[in-house]
Design a protein around this ligand. Structure first.
Ligand SMILES: [Zn+2]
Length: 429
């Protein structure tokens, strides 16, 4: 039996905060404890009440203990694409991304990259992510095998792409179906792995392949679906030209049965009112990738317009177009993007977004994203004074809200003291 108590300042969210003053949305224990046993959380609360005698204590006072971060959209094969200069979406894919993904045909390369990928996620306190792998089934095997070795709850899948890409990265409708079905059989629900059916985007899938994706979703309704939507105006024009019968970009996916509560629509920046309504009505989720949208100059995601319709959006790094692996930095960038639209994202809501909010988007809030008893013990321990600039700011901080905002704007992997996966510390600083 593996049993531990983590002691520190403990924070977990019960629901989405209604503004920055909504402290009722969170559980907060100034001298708190999280009791973990065999990969799950047994109890969370005041240390004096929760810590049973005789169980070893990891004393992290005065650090902050919260649920591990969740990244709702990332590209496993793009760790070496980060910081590639000077292009917008379609040119960037051709110049940098596709050549990098071609190398994942080599399973040895894919395995080496998986080690680096998970090292970086855990270093940044990210314990779950939804990732696009490359077109090659071997990339998916490398991705899930390394996650399994580390005990991590990860979502992912092979990208489907059969046109507008180099020959070496193209499958066919039939191989897309067969390879995905075999990968689902091999990985979906094995340990903590969850499969996501992953048509890259409408531009790289023929109607025949989109039909294959539709058949996969129909045959595996408990798998997630992830794709890209309305990131860039040239992309939208090309997608609509390739599917002239569709009413718009979102409708391409809609008419192929890809929308629903398990659908993750990366970017979703340039939407019509009707598209926002349809995302909300179908229960689908847009995923905001703020540093990527700035890096590629794609545009400003309007989270409030979707929230007003009752749609919950995710937030993500979108590595390799993203500029940081840190979900803290990503939350800070979401703040800046909201500011450009005349809104101020409050720190409680931003912190909820990178933990419980993303768990809700993934339909996994009963398993990850909080410190509630019975959930999986994925946690992060944060030092709000980890750097000189954080320490200087924190000396003037008034309350928890100030502290969380300082972490979102100034924090990154240097603030991560320890990351815990399934009840074990895996990344001591
Ligand atoms: Zn992406």
């Amino acid at each position: 039996m593996n049993e531990r108590v983590l002691r520190g300042r403990v924070l977990s969210f019960r629901r989405r905060p209604e503004g920055g003053g909504d402290l009722a949305a969170l559980d907060w224990f100034d001298d708190g404890a999280v009791h973990v046993r065999d990969g799950h959380i047994v109890a969370t609360g005041d240390f004096a009440r929760v810590a049973p005698p005789g169980v070893p204590v990891s004393d992290h006072r005065p650090h902050l203990i919260t649920a591990g971060f969740i990244d709702a959209h990332i590209h496993f094969p793009q760790g070496q694409v980060v910081a590639s200069w000077g292009a917008q979406l379609l040119d960037w894919l051709n110049a940098y991304t596709f050549p990098a993904e071609t190398r994942f045909a080599d399973s040895g390369h894919a395995r080496a990259m998986a080690v680096a990928f998970y090292d970086l996620l855990l270093r940044h306190g990210t314990t779950t992510a939804a990732a696009f792998c490359s077109v090659h089934p071997a990339s998916v095997d490398a991705y899930f095998a390394e996650a399994e070795a580390r005990g991590m709850r990860m979502l992912g899948g092979k990208v489907l792409m059969d046109r507008n890409a180099p020959e070496a990265l193209c499958d066919t409708p039939q191989t897309a179906y067969d390879d995905s079905a075999a990968l689902i059989a091999r990985w979906h629900g094995r340990g903590r792995a969850l499969y996501a059916i992953s048509p890259r985007f409408a531009i790289t899938s023929t109607p025949g392949q989109m039909a294959a994706a539709q058949a996969l979703v129909a045959a595996h309704p408990d798998c997630h679906v992830q794709t890209h939507l309305s990131e860039n105006r040239d992309e939208i024009a090309l997608a609509c030209a390739l599917y002239p019968q569709a009413a718009g970009y979102l409708d391409i996916y809609d008419r192929h049965g890809l929308l629903g509560p398990r659908a993750l629509l990366g970017h979703a920046i340039h939407l019509t009112e009707a598209e926002r309504d349809r995302i909300a009505d179908s229960g689908s989720h847009a995923v905001h990738c703020p540093t990527s949208n700035l890096f590629l100059g794609s545009g400003l995601f309007d989270e409030s317009a979707l929230a007003a319709r009752g749609a919950t959006s995710g937030i993500a790094t979108d590595i390799g177009a993203g500029m940081s692996w840190s979900m803290l930095r990503t939350g800070g960038a979401a703040y800046a993007i909201a500011q450009l639209q005349g809104r101020s994202l409050d720190p409680l809501t931003a912190f909820w977004g990178i933990t419980r909010g993303n768990a809700e988007v993934l339909g996994l809030a009963d398993r990850i994203g909080t410190l509630e008893p019975g959930t999986e013990a994925d946690l992060v321990v944060l030092d709000s004074r980890a750097t000189p600039e954080l320490a200087l700011r924190m000396a003037a901080a008034q309350d928890l809200k100030d502290e969380l905002f300082a972490l979102l704007i100034l924090g990154d992997d240097r603030s991560v003291v320890e990351t815990w996966v399934a009840g074990r510390p895996v990344r001591p600083r």
